[in-house]
Design a protein around this ligand. Sequence first.
Ligand code: EPS
Length: 387
Amino acid sequence: LRYLTAGETHGPQLTAIIEGLPSNLNIDFEELNFQLHRRQKGYGRGRRMQIEKDQATFVGGIRHGYTTGAPVALVVENNDWKHWQKIMNIEPIEGSDEEKRRVHRPRPGHADLNGGLKYNLKDLRNVLERSSARETTVRVACGAIARQFLAEFGIKVAGRVLRIGEIEAPYRDLPIDELIEVTEASSVRVTDAETEKKMEAYIDQIKQEGDSIGGIVECIVEGVPIGLGSHVQYDRKLDARIAQGVMSINAFKGVEIGIGFEAGTIRGSQVHDEIMHTDERGYHRATNRLGGFEGGMTNGMPVVVRGVMKPIPTLYKPLQSVDIDTKEAFSAQVERSDACAVPAASVVLEHVVAWEIAKAFLEKFGGDSMEEIRANVASYQAQLENY
Ligand code: EPS
């Protein structure tokens, strides 16, 4: 299972091709578009999100609501494209640098300068258009399909915001369905109204000061079978593959599985989860500090993944940079940005994690059709029960 994406933030559309989905997976288009809608929400988003109304259109691999086993191709149009048609034209255009909106002043913290130097591009727009977090739209669309696939096997995915800048949300251990419901009702995807209010006021203040703010988000996946991933080879360790997925989300600077970095501050007896067995639950752990992973494999406990997002580097507050034409210092000025995209990032995290789990699930249970996969899962479950 893999996908590739293409498209620029102000181009006509974003495109994804998914290869390796089994046949006979029912696609719920409304559910998928709901996931895209969730990514657009969140307190602190900028004006661009008022222009877009993201919807996926499928152009291959699905017939009468079911996957056929062929590559699935989907597109999400950019409504903003209508304002950028000339600037983003595929064919050559006449006009001044200004008319072409040529970018020659790299923004600190963005891909602009590194990308310009590496690809030898004198218009940094060619870098920023692709490095924009707009691309996460189609990553969520792909992840939403993975999520629907996982749901067929009773696997559920939730996400939440744990921190925005200085404001930390109290950690409430909720049943997954309740967690999904409560965070969905929150403008900042937290579990209590008091924190939500504090975070909203904090984001307002940050915005007023022309600044931006990051935070910490968490994803929980429940119902994952024991034994996804493997200890036998570095690139089959599923926690490592999830970490790569998380780090590839725009602006993410760190990832943790379970208690993560805290594991380096306390004793082994306080870290490791004791092994239990009952007839109803089979093997399980008394606690879940290791976030559902031991030896690069899932252990049947909920998968818990955290990621940290840096503040968006496009600031109203000027930061110093250097013009690539004159090599002279200037203070960056911008037109439009999100002061805080942490709630949206928590939705992206859910879909990136769901994707990696679905991929490992398909590696373990193989099969070209949903029926074949279901039979393989049932036979493995019988193996576990008789172990
Ligand atoms: C982004 C800049 C903003 C964000 C964008 C990510 O877009 P614009 O440059 O058009 O104002 O709104 O995010 C999205 C468009 C999105 O769909 O999430 C950036 O520079 O990364």
